[in-house]
Design a protein. Structure first.
Ligand code: ADP
Length: 362
């Protein structure tokens, strides 16, 4: 029986090693304290080491010294809490260059539930990161290049509009107006794209001062009401309330939420915008009675380029960046944004902003 059991264990070990040596990832096993006792062949190939050179805590010598303390801290925390570990960090290859790896480790328990080992993998994501960077750079360049001719087109349409008005050419003037409104749409789209690229690089500039939040909400509603023939924007806005922040960026958020409310509630006639104030801050709520959002989508819609893609949504144009920009601005202003929604009944987007976010962050 003992011989059989030993043969079984050896067979299992062989099978495990064959599998671990044939995956493209680097893989390893550590003891419960985090000291590594075994690596797969990929690890040895990548680091150019043999078995003796890698045991125990030698893995630290393949890390970027600047990043190592953070890695050790996270690894020790995982060991102490027995929670799975996940982190992206660079590892030095045999040729001396660093590549980025996504590293995951999971605890292995014995029959009593005690952690006896950790099983870890490192996946090379250098190419993926490089592609992401290229995509971001391309987006930044494309939106920047598109903006220049568009600004010129806009200037010319204004001149042509003036000339047509002088000549009293009402037919052409009405066409020109339509062209102007499309040029404005295009400008907004490109400016949104530019904002996203600046946000990614942390380069979006915030010009902050005290301003009357409720007056700003009223101003945006008035403007939006003029451009929307389909919906009546009802409002319940309180008296003057001064908050600290970038009023242009916050008005961009209000504009975006009202535009979405109108866009995603075809066939209905009303949007309700309200504000509430308490000692800590202000809450803005934008309610529509439109198509609504499934519970499982409600968090994802604030992600970059995320659009709900079921058949009810296909007819709505958009790039899925409006709410991402809103969330980014509101977070930077120390606030919160969230949504309550029921399919077929409508959605209410809420924004909470502190009176002065400098007090909240510090
Ligand atoms: P876009 O509207 O350009 O697709 P957004 O970032 O503004 O991008 O919105 C992301 C997604 O969230 C939309 O594609 C839509 O599915 C959903 N959404 C946003 N606002 C509403 C709303 N008021 N009602 C229903 N769905 C909405």
């Amino acid at each position: 029986e003992q011989v059989l059991s030993r043969k079984n264990t050896e067979e299992l070990k062989d099978r495990f090693e064959t599998m671990a040596n044939n995956i493209p990832n680097l893989a390893w096993i550590s003891d419960a304290e985090g000291s590594i006792s075994w690596y797969n062949d990929r690890w040895h190939e990548y680091t150019g080491t043999n078995k003796e050179q890698s045991d125990g805590w030698a893995w630290q010598s393949f890390h970027d010294p600047k990043r190592l303390p953070a890695v050790v801290e996270r690894w020790q925390k995982a060991i102490a809490t027995e929670e799975p570990f996940e982190m992206v960090f660079p590892l030095k290859g045999a040729d001396g260059t660093f590549r980025q790896f996504l590293t995951r480790a999971a605890p292995i328990h014995d029959e009593e539930g005690k952690v006896i080992q950790w099983l870890g993998t490192n996946t090379d994501i250098t190419k993926q990161k490089e592609m992401e960077r290229m995509k971001d750079d391309f987006m930044a360049m494309a939106s920047h290049e598109l903006k220049t001719p568009l600004t010129t087109i806009k200037a010319y349409t204004q001149i042509v509009e003036m000339n047509l008005r002088e000549k009293n050419d009402t037919d052409s003037l009405s066409l020109m107006k339509r062209m102007n409104s499309q040029v404005n749409k295009l400008t907004t789209l490109i400016e949104d794209l530019l904002d996203v690229t600046k946000m990614q690089k942390g380069k979006l500039i915030y010009n902050e001062d005290f301003f009357d939040f409720n007056a700003l909400v009223r101003e945006v509603i008035d403007y939006m009401q003029k451009t929307s023939g389909s919906h009546k924007i009802k409002s319940k806005i309180g008296g003057a309330i001064s908050i600290f922040g970038d009023n242009n960026k916050i008005s961009q958020v209000i504009d975006n939420l009202i535009s979405n409310a109108i866009k995603y509630s075809p066939g209905t006639k009303e949007i309700v915008v309200s504000t509430h104030t308490n000692e800590e801050g202000v809450i803005l709520s934008v309610q529509d009675f439109g198509i609504g959002i499934l519970a499982k989508e409600q968090k994802k819609i604030f992600n970059q380029f995320y659009r709900v893609s079921d058949e009810r949504q296909i007819t709505f144009p958009g790039m899925g960046i409006g709410l991402y920009i809103c969330a980014e601005i509101i977070n930077r202003q120390g606030g919160k944004i969230w949504v309550d929604s029921k399919i077929g009944k409508g959605s209410t987007f809420h924004v909470w902003l502190p009176i002065d976010h400098r007090n909240v962050i510090e």
